[in-house]
Each structure stands twice: as C-alpha cells, then as structure tokens.
Design a protein. Structure first.
Lengths: 256, 182
C-alpha cells in the first residue's frame, strides 16, 4: 500500500529536479553567449520553476495529510538542507561551458518529456494535470536542446570536441533516471507514478539518433552514479543551495 | 409563485454574469495589452456560487510571471465594478492551448506586430518522435505580420515572454515575435 508519505517524497523528486535545474539555468542570466541564448536559457528555467512550484504546492497539501500541516512552496525550496533534496544528480552539475550546459539539458529534457507523457495518465488526477501541462512546455525544451547537440557536434572541430567531452562526462549521471527505488516501484504499481525502467529504450533511441546526426558517439560506460533520490548528492548541490537559499537563511520568512 | 420568483432570480443572476464577463473582457493581458484575458482564452468559467462570482482561470505557461498580475487585475477590476464578492479559482486541466485565442484577437495580434499562433502544428510536435527528435517536426512558414511574406526565419525558439519565439522576415528584414502554438 502506498502512503501519503511516499507520494510526498515522489513529488519532491519531481519538484527538486525542476527547481535545481531552473536555478542552474538562472546562473546564466547576463552570461549567455548571445542575447537570444541568454533569453532562451532563462525561459526554459522559468518554465521549470513554474513546474516546480506546481509540484511543491501539491507536495505541501499531501504533507498536510500525514504531518498535520504542510510546508509552503517557499519553505520547501529555501529551508531544506542538501540531504533533504531529492533531485537527480545530473541537474545539480555545474554549468561549465556551453556544451556542458546543453549536454546536461539534452539528457534531462528527453527523459523529462518521456516521463511527463506517462505521468499525464497517472491515477492521481492532480499529478496527471500538472504533467499534461508541463509536457507541452518541455516539448520545446527537448527540441531546442537536440538542435544544439547537432549544431555543436556537427560544427567546428573545437565544438565537436567539447560537446563529446560533455556528453561523456555527464553520462555517469544518466543511470539514475532509469533506476527505480521501492517508492517509485510501488507508486508505479498503483498507477500513480511511472516505472522509469520503461523509459530507457525510448530515451536511448532518441538520444542515440540525435548524437548520430550530430556525428557524436553515444557513451558505452555502464558504471553509474546514484544517490539523488535519497539525498546523497555531489558536492555541487550544497554550494548551489548556499547561493540560492542565503536570503531566507539570513532573514527567515522575509517577503519580497 | 415560487417558480416566478426563482426564474426572476435566474434572470438577475444571468444579467449579473453578463456584467462580470464584460468587466473581464476589459482587462488587458499585462504583457500583450492589445488583447484581453478573455481573448487569450484563459477565462474558462464565470458562475455564481453561493452569492459570489466564481471565475475559473487556466494559466498559460507554468512559470509565466503574468499569471499573478492577471489574478490581481481580476480582483481589482471586479471590486471597482461593484462585484466585491468574488473568487478566482485556478484550473489546470485541460491545459491551456493557443487554440483558445479568439479569431478577432489573432487579427489584433497581427496588427500589433506579433504573428499569431498557427493552428495544428503542436499536435505533430507533441508526439515524441524517438527515432528523430530533431527532424520530427515540419513547421509551416510563419507569415511576417508586417509585410505578409512567408519568407521568414526563426532566430530563437524563445523570446520576450514564455509564449513567444523570435523571428525575422527575410524580405522586409524586420524582426518580429511569433506567438508559439501551444
């Protein structure tokens, strides 16, 4: 039997991956290589932030069912420590160069879209409606990042070398996306969550075909990093949260 | 007698709702002020519940900062128009689509210099084409809102607001916004 506590945990995973990636994309504000890219990255970030807010709001309501009171969106985003974050390790990786940012985005976007397509049929009506809405936005993200992979891969020798390096470096963070734990397995069995193992073939095919067109090589490594779902993160998350949360930490409850 | 009273109530209520709708139709979109929030298709319901006006709104993009402004604008406009008792409810499903933008509003967008969303192209894009994510979508040409030429080029899939992309006309050389089909 699934419990509200499990649903809460699952919603945090969805929310945290969106929030952490949105924050990373926000770090590009004013630093984009050209104005259009600056705008595009932050628009994608804005979509993800909006989606994170929808998940957090629902998570707070679910939390109220078992904890008596549920936390607000702000409390969940700004007052939890790194060990309480449930995002994928992939999205907390630093921006690096433009190839690093786009490779991270590409791996995530394709997975994100496949996941949302499934979640749009969740038996939990609220999850289904948020997913259906988010998926419409993510279509654009996936198309755009695929375009960039091709542009960089099939570009100059320098851009090819950099994007291949980024694709290779981030590969070990992709396994976690298809590796369900007990919570996910149970929620999938009840038709509330998604069995992420079923997303792997379509993801590999989509990623592979884009890399192919980009004259890039799909990495073959099988050793994968994991831990995000249980709060075991890379060193980068804590540093990112220190920047993101400092205002609320220094002045708890401050309002804009 | 009872029936007569209730039908009178119903008529009054209907007049009231029409008035509420008229007020809503005067509220401009904060970022694209040539169209109203009703034109934009985000007002999904206007009804009486108990003795207050209940407005149902379906937001456009999840992260659109205009949503909060719109909610505040609705409250202000209704209060000013004498509908002090009202409530605005957010409804996510079915998700907002540019198909809900009225024909008249599309014409006004064009006049304003924004190419209105094309119809139908979203449906193709929404089926994830796993064999060719990149090549899956063939987009119809977006006509330039100034000179009408279909010889236009996408500069960036994202523009000044979440709902728009940046284009340029290759004939009159003007850059323009394209309201993305969604």
């Amino acid at each position: 039997m699934t419990s509200d506590r499990m649903v809460f945990d699952y919603l945090l995973r969805l929310a945290d991956s969106d929030l952490v990636l949105a924050q990373r994309l926000g770090e590009w504000v004013g630093h984009g290589p050209v104005l259009e890219e600056d705008i595009a990255l932050t628009n994608v970030g804005l979509d993800l932030l909006g989606q994170a807010r929808l998940w957090f709001a629902y998570a707070g309501e679910v939390e109220a069912r078992f904890a008596g009171a549920g936390r607000s969106e702000d409390a969940l985003a700004f007052s939890r420590d790194g060990g309480e974050f449930r995002n994928l390790l992939l999205v907390e990786q630093p921006n690096g160069n433009y190839a690093d940012t786009m490779a991270r985005q590409f791996y995530f976007d394709v997975w994100h879209q496949l996941l949302l397509v499934k979640l749009a049929h969740s038996r939990d009506a609220r999850i289904a409606e948020i997913a259906a809405k988010a998926e419409k936005e993510v279509v654009y993200h996936a198309e755009r990042s695929a375009d960039w992979i091709i542009r960089l891969g099939d570009g100059t020798d320098e851009s090819h070398m950099r994007i291949q390096a980024a694709i290779d470096d981030l590969w070990m963070y992709t396994g976690e996306m298809f590796d369900p734990d007990e919570t996910e397995t149970m929620l999938a069995e009840e038709g509330i969550g998604c069995d992420v193992r079923t997303l792997a073939p379509a993801w590999r095919e989509a990623v592979g075909s884009v890399l192919d067109e980009a004259t890039l090589t799909l990495p073959s490594g099988t050793w994968m990093q994991r831990g995000g779902k249980h709060g075991v993160h890379t060193e980068h998350l804590g540093q990112m949260l220190a920047t993101m949360q400092w205002m609320q930490r220094a002045h708890p409850g401050a309002q804009w | 007698m009872v029936e007569a009273v209730s039908s009178l109530d119903a008529r009054t209520a209907r007049h009231g709702l029409d008035a509420v709708r008229r007020v809503l139709a005067t509220i401009p979109d904060p970022e694209i002020p040539v169209i109203s929030i009703v034109d934009l298709g985000i007002v999904r319901g206007v009804e009486w519940q108990d003795d207050e006006a209940l407005i149902t709104v379906t937001p456009t993009y999840s992260g659109c900062p205009a949503t909060e402004v719109i909610m505040a604008d609705i409250g202000r406009a209704l209060t000013q128009a004498g509908f002090a008792k009202h409530r605005v409810k957010i409804r996510l499903a079915p998700a907002w689509t540019t198909d809900w933008i009225t024909a008249e509003a599309r014409a006004r967008l064009t006049e304003f210099g924004i190419a209105p969303p094309g119809a139908g192209s979203v449906a193709t894009a929404r089926v994830i084409d796993t064999t060719a994510l990149h090549r899956g979508v063939v987009r119809a040409a977006v006509p330039c809102p100034r000179c009408g030429s279909t010889h236009t080029r996408e500069l960036s899939r994202f523009g000044s607001t979440p709902c728009k992309a940046q284009y340029r006309c290759e004939d009159c050389l003007e850059p323009f916004d394209y309201f993305k089909p969604h």
